[in-house]
Design a protein around this ligand. Structure first.
Ligand SMILES: *Cc1c(COP(=O)(O)O)cnc(C)c1O
Length: 353
């Protein structure tokens, strides 16, 4: 305890992001970044903002981006919230909806930032175990609670729920917000966004960091009925009026406009993933079915911690989580075909050597 800290700071358990080391010729498959650059139209749009206009504050409502998102997803601009990365959008959602008397339900194995927000806002979390095959059982999410948060597809397992399963949770919790974090949805799952018409308790959160290759910009968004968006705006305008800068807004709008580029790169990542899954299977890895831009794998004969270290010595970074439920697994982000071929060759060498 530092004497200058407020008492609350002592009780925080901050999130540990994957490393961003400065090692040359590194194959970086540890933070689920996109291996491809953003669309050239994004770069042009950002460059066009780098002049004298930076003197002025950006639009506090990010109106242009909300309009672009609304039109892309077939909703109204008033049903869209934007923030500085989906991490910020998630934080505001926890603040706006989950500070209730009952605990928030979430999978025991999921994005660990959810528990960090619970600590930050003094929210109790009830962690529900995964069932066989590392799957979420939607029927566990019917207990009285302060809200539900799930990642779909889940992270770091990569496994997706069907929309029917998401609806089972929505039906069981009519008086609570069900937050569906779709950070990876573009790589193979079905988005719950169309369900917002039916479900006043559904909030869907997405990001430009993964499928749109813009982790460096920091743009995330939420889609839900107006009453939920208004709750988020109240928190946002009590925290930071300008979460998105001019470069962020221009870059994100341009990314939405280049649909052809988006589809081509997304299809490439999926195809590389399927090929890598097959190769790792042949090396004896158990590979969970992935609807994301990463694979979650384990090997019956090799400890994940040792594999991570052996890969690191070959300048390949993957992610290993130390929590007991997933200590056996490696999370491998999908890189280019060439990066994945080098990873597969290194693993073959380690596992067979
Ligand atoms: C990457 C990730 C995020 C955060 O994305 P940003 O928009 O970069 O903050 C949120 N949720 C999950 C599950 C993620 O994997």
């Amino acid at each position: 305890m530092n004497k200058y800290w407020s008492r609350h700071v002592e009780n925080l358990t901050p999130y540990t992001p994957g490393e961003q080391p400065r090692i040359e010729r590194l194959i970086k498959l540890n933070t689920n970044e996109n291996p491809y650059p953003p669309s050239p139209r994004v770069i042009a749009a950002i460059n066009a903002q780098t002049g004298d206009g930076l003197r002025l504050y950006p639009d506090p409502q990010s109106t242009e981006l909300k309009r672009a998102l609304a039109s892309y997803y077939g909703v109204e601009p008033g049903e869209v919230f934007v923030g500085n990365g989906s991490d910020e959008v998630l934080a505001h959602a926890f603040h706006a909806f989950f500070m209730q008397d009952d605990p928030v339900l979430m999978p025991q194995v999921s994005y660990s930032f959810y528990q960090v927000y619970c600590r930050l806002y003094g929210i109790d979390a009830l962690l529900l175990p995964l069932e066989e095959g590392m799957r979420i059982d939607p029927d566990q999410y019917a207990a009285p609670c302060g809200g539900v948060v799930i990642a779909n597809p889940n992270a770091p397992t990569g496994i997706a729920l069907s929309l029917g399963q998401v609806e089972r949770i929505l039906r069981a919790q009519p008086d609570r917000v069900v937050l569906v974090d779709e950070a990876y949805v573009d790589f193979g799952a079905e988005s719950a966004i169309p369900l917002i018409r039916t479900w006043p308790n559904l909030l869907v959160v997405q990001t430009f960091s993964k499928s749109r290759a813009l982790a460096g910009l920091r743009v995330g968004f939420a889609i839900g009925q107006r009453h939920l968006i208004e709750g988020l705006e109240r928190v946002k305008d009590s925290f930071n009026s300008y979460p998105l800068g001019r470069l962020d807004i221009a870059g994100a709008v341009a990314a939405l406009e280049d649909e052809e580029y988006f589809q081509a790169r997304r299809a490439q990542v999926i195809s590389t993933r399927e090929h890598l899954a097959q190769q790792l299977g042949m090396l004896g890895f158990e590979v969970l079915p992935s609807a994301t831009n990463f694979l979650f794998v384990r090997h019956p004969m090799h400890r994940a911690a040792n594999l991570t270290q052996a890969l690191r010595e070959r300048a390949i970074l993957v992610r290993h989580f130390r929590s007991p439920e997933i200590d056996d697994y490696l999370r491998i982000s999908i890189g280019t075909d060439d990066e994945c071929a080098q990873l597969a060759a290194a693993l073959a060498d380690i596992v067979e050597g």
